[in-house]
Design a protein around this ligand. Structure first.
Ligand SMILES: Cc1ncc(COP(=O)(O)O)c(C=O)c1O
Length: 417
């Protein structure tokens, strides 16, 4: 089956230690020392032949692993023309941009493909700069990537402090608080670029009060600020609608897309902008470039992924499945609420379980891995276990997950309390 032999797992760990990251090697050992070699749908397989139900994947696998329409498109593109010369025009990037623009909110039609979420953020921040927006306003707990510019908006001292100084004139305001934003905008005025997520994913699935995004949009208009909505984690159906902004009818200057845009196959992300906002990039195609950006290979994956999301009504499925999953998770957590578990919250297929202590999250991850289930922690919220399952999960898989969760909670409650 092309799997590495389990005896090779120790070799993989050694190569990690010697060449990739000693810390990552240790983490791999703590999680059981398994080595992943195959994936399909909601499942990831390790070299010892075991299967793991993937309810994590850091939000990438909304279509599951290796969606057949995406892998077929990628295979075809490899056989035809995987990377472009960037001398001639190339049709796949053009079609992928049109397909994405057909699904973004009205007026957001200009697409700049990149290779990662952080690069999408960089492109958005640079576009704002090109419009004279030299001050950056982000939200506490927000996550926008770890390249130097994006990091300036990822307001977490653990990731920021070793790399200071970051971008000047940056401020982070409490999330969900329009008054705090209004104060900063009064100070920065038309120099401001605001970046915000519809729901903070890495911030621990923090859902703002209803009307918050609409308030952010209104305040940006009033103060002449440039608005970037980061939908890298929340977009493409994850919240049960195509975009988080849909429910509050906000039209930002820039929308960031990533994660699921890869269709679970090839890394790709995008910055999508209005005509006015995009004008500097449209006028000068060399103003912001990267050799591999908008490669036919990545764009073939993005095109097939967006078409599959449309054909399979991924947002609708995420809404229905998310509703059932949230109900199931809440039921499983009920006996522990107020003790081990603080709160369960979610929208669509982005669900967070907030525990009383950080230690409980690590213990839960280990217990779930032991029961054949993968979940994630949250980079900016140590007490929140995060679920981002695919929209292709079956009833049996849902039941399997809830059984594993119930057992894991029981085991961890007995130890952590
Ligand atoms: C909302 C958001 N923005 C940006 C990023 C950065 O994306 P990447 O890790 O692909 O650079 C992430 C990654 O988790 C994210 O969740």
């Amino acid at each position: 089956m092309g799997d590495a032999h389990p005896a090779g797992d120790a070799h993989t760990a050694r190569l990690y230690r010697e060449h990739l990251s000693a810390g990552r090697a240790v983490l791999g050992e703590v999680l059981g020392g398994m080595v992943e070699t195959r994936s399909e749908g909601a499942w990831v397989h390790t070299s010892d032949g075991r299967g793991y139900l993937d309810f994590g994947g850091y939000g990438v696998f909304i279509l599951g692993h290796r969606h057949p329409a995406v892998t077929a498109a990628v295979h075809r593109q490899i056989d035809a023309h995987p990377l472009a010369t960037r001398v001639f025009l190339e049709p796949v990037a053009a079609r992928a941009a049109a397909a994405l623009a057909a699904h973004t909110p009205a007026g957001l039609d200009r697409v700049h493909f990149v290779n990662s979420g952080a690069e999408a953020t960089e492109a958005g921040l640079k576009l704002a700069r090109a419009h004279g927006r030299t001050a950056l306003v982000s939200t506490l707990g927000g996550y926008h990537g770890k390249t130097l510019g994006a990091l300036s908006a990822t307001a977490n001292p653990t990731y920021q402090d070793p790399f200071r100084p970051l971008l000047p004139d940056s401020a982070a305001v409490p999330y969900g608080d329009p008054e705090a934003l209004a104060e900063v905008l009064a100070r920065f005025g038309e120099r401001a670029c605001v970046i915000v997520e519809p729901v903070q994913g890495e911030g621990g699935v923090r859902i703002p009060p209803p009307g918050y995004l609409a308030d952010v949009g209104r305040l940006c208009r009033t103060h002449g600020a440039f608005l970037i909505v980061d939908e890298i984690q929340t977009g493409l159906g994850r919240l049960g609608s195509w975009w988080g902004v849909d429910t509050e009818h906000v039209r930002p200057d820039v929308l960031l897309v990533g994660k699921g845009l890869s269709g679970g196959v090839v890394p790709v992300a995008a910055m999508v902008a209005t005509d006015d906002a995009y004008a500097p990039f449209s006028r000068d195609p060399y103003l912001h470039t990267s050799t591999f950006a908008a490669s036919p290979l990545a764009c073939a994956a993005a095109l097939a992924a967006v078409e599959a999301m449309e054909q399979e009504d991924v947002p609708g499925r995420a809404r229905t499945l998310g509703f059932r999953l949230l109900h199931g998770v809440r039921t499983a957590c009920t006996p522990y609420t107020g003790g081990l578990v603080r709160e369960v919250r979610g929208r669509g297929l982005l669900i967070g379980l907030e525990f009383g202590a950080e230690q409980a999250v690590g213990e839960m991850i280990l217990e779930l891995v032991g029961r054949g289930v993968l979940v994630n922690h949250s980079l900016n919220a140590g007490r929140v276990l995060r679920l981002t399952p695919p929209a292709v999960v079956t009833d049996d898989e849902l039941r399997l997950f809830l059984t594993a969760l119930t057992e894991a909670l029981h085991a961890v409650a007995a130890r952590v309390g």
